[in-house]
Design a protein around this ligand. Structure first.
Ligand code: ASP
Ligand code: MG
Length: 459
């Protein structure tokens, strides 16, 4: 059994859904279970409708809803024969009428709760999964629609509800296994679930990957395929460096580190249920299904090159805190970090000396307020327009002299802070934002001139 998850761009219109159908047909022998996102941008549009209604602007909310309704009708009419379209049109119409009723209700009370927001957002996946199921059927597949709310049991923490694994695993197995045994393709919307009492919830934006990982782990799937619109993960941003290579295979921790520092393909923490069960996750391109994409595995593959990838995160501010009082004193760090904590501001890189602390933050909004608080403790300066460059590779543990090579490659580029994580799988430093393209090119040339063919590909 395998799980195939199609993201928003892979089901964005009739053409995309037809492509997804062909991809699923090519995998029938492996008993696929399909998890789909809402059509691209629909979740954002539903959120906008809910907000408009919440602020009492009923007309804007309903207008936005009409546009989304049209898009689903259009895709359905292009994909389906007229008899099936007629029937599905009726079903979609009933759903959209309910959505509009909900929006009118929100506008009437002029108040939007987290619980109601989840109800509105859930329409994206509920509708896309219906549409995709019908498209599969009209292509001759034995597809069965499964309501995620009958499988994924969560707590009531609306907007980021936490799946309750025991109940969820039982439901997923009871509902999906018999379908696979009958050679039916189950189609389920990602991102949504329900509490034990049956209230609709969502599990966090981008949550369809998480749904796919949960289903894959519960079923002990052979693998999970995440279908998106790029050829997997790259050694660096191809816009910065045209020589960027495709990473054929990467460890889970390496991928997680990269996601944190800017790689946008997916957030691997959502894959944890699958990784813990040693199920490989493949990131694939639905517009280019022949490409092998990137395989994410529990253990990092061994690699001749020290690094797997270079990520850069811009719009970073360095905060320098200098206090001679700090000499020999304890409790100083605590009081500094308490300030950041109070402002709910995450700190990325930290380096300290006897009388100073430098750290980086990525939310510039809070900086003036934070600096005002810190000034009660020490001298504070902050400098914007910096970037964190993070080089990730499990093999740096075994490669002596890597840091020296990194700084040789950087040459005359000014490095403002350096940190090597305790995990020993990354080297991270901070430079001026304007130096990023040049730094990334120099580093890429130094470390990827002779790529290990087992781990990297040039396509
Ligand atoms: N549709 C949801 C979102 O846009 C979930 C997902 O696509 O993964 O956040
Ligand atoms: Mg996504």
């Amino acid at each position: 059994m395998i799980v195939m998850k199609f993201g928003g761009t892979s089901v964005e219109d009739a053409t995309a859904i037809a492509r997804a159908t062909d991809i699923v047909c090519s995998r029938l022998a492996q008993d696929p279970v399909v998890v789909v996102s809402a059509m691209a941008k629909v979740t954002d549009q539903l959120a906008a409708m809910a907000r408009a209604a919440g602020s009492g602007d009923r007309e804007s909310a309903l207008q936005l809803s009409r546009a989304v309704r049209e898009r689903h009708y259009n895709a359905a009419s292009e994909l389906l024969g007229s008899a099936v379209f007629g029937q599905l049109h009726g079903e979609l119409e009933a759903d959209f009428d309910l959505l509009d009723e909900l929006l009118r209700g929100i506008a009437a009370v002029g108040e939007l709760t987290a619980r109601t927001t989840d109800n509105v957002l859930s329409y994206g996946e509920r509708l896309s999964s219906k549409l995709v199921t019908e498209a599969f059927r009209s292509h001759g597949l034995k597809a069965v629609l499964v309501d995620a709310r009958e499988c994924i049991v969560t707590d009531a923490n609306h907007g980021k509800a936490i799946p309750q694994m025991d109940d969820t695993n039982d439901n997923v197995r009871a509902r999906l296994r018999p379908l696979a045994q009958k050679k039916c393709v189950a189609v389920m919307g990602g991102f949504i679930g329900a509490t034990r009492e049956g209230t609709t919830t969502t599990i966090g934006r981008g949550g369809s990957d998480f749904s796919a990982a949960i289903v894959g782990a519960a079923l002990g799937a052979e693998r999970i395929e995440i279908w998106t619109d790029v050829d997997g993960m790259k050694t660096t941003d191809p816009n910065l460096c045209p020589d960027a290579l495709r990473i054929k295979s990467i460890g889970f921790e390496e991928a997680a580190e990269l996601a944190y520092f800017g790689a946008k393909v997916l957030h691997p923490s959502t894959l944890l249920p699958a990784i813990q069960k040693n199920i490989a996750v493949h990131v694939l391109n639905s517009r280019n299904p022949k490409n092998e994409g990137t395989r994410i595995t529990a253990r990092a593959p061994h690699c001749r090159n020290a690094f797997k990838a270079i990520a850069a995160k811009k719009r970073i501010t360095i905060v320098d805190i200098v206090a001679t009082r700090m000499l020999g004193a304890h409790g100083f760090m605590k009081s500094i970090f308490e300030v950041f904590d109070r402002h709910r501001c995450a700190v990325d890189v930290v380096s300290t000396s006897e009388v100073s602390v430098s750290l980086t933050v990525d939310s510039n909004e809070a900086i003036p307020a934070i600096a005002a608080d810190l000034e009660k403790l020490a001298d504070v300066q902050y400098r914007g327009r910096n970037a964190i460059v993070c080089m990730v590779g499990d093999d740096i543990r075994e490669t002596p002299g890597v840091a020296a090579k990194v700084f040789t490659a950087l040459g005359d580029i000014n490095v403002r802070m350096i940190s090597q994580g305790a995990s020993e799988i990354n080297i991270t430093f901070v430079i001026n934002e304007d130096d990023v393209p040049e730094a990334v090119r120099r580093l890429h040339t130094m470390f990827f001139a002779d790529p290990d063919p087992e781990v990297f590909a040039r396509d």
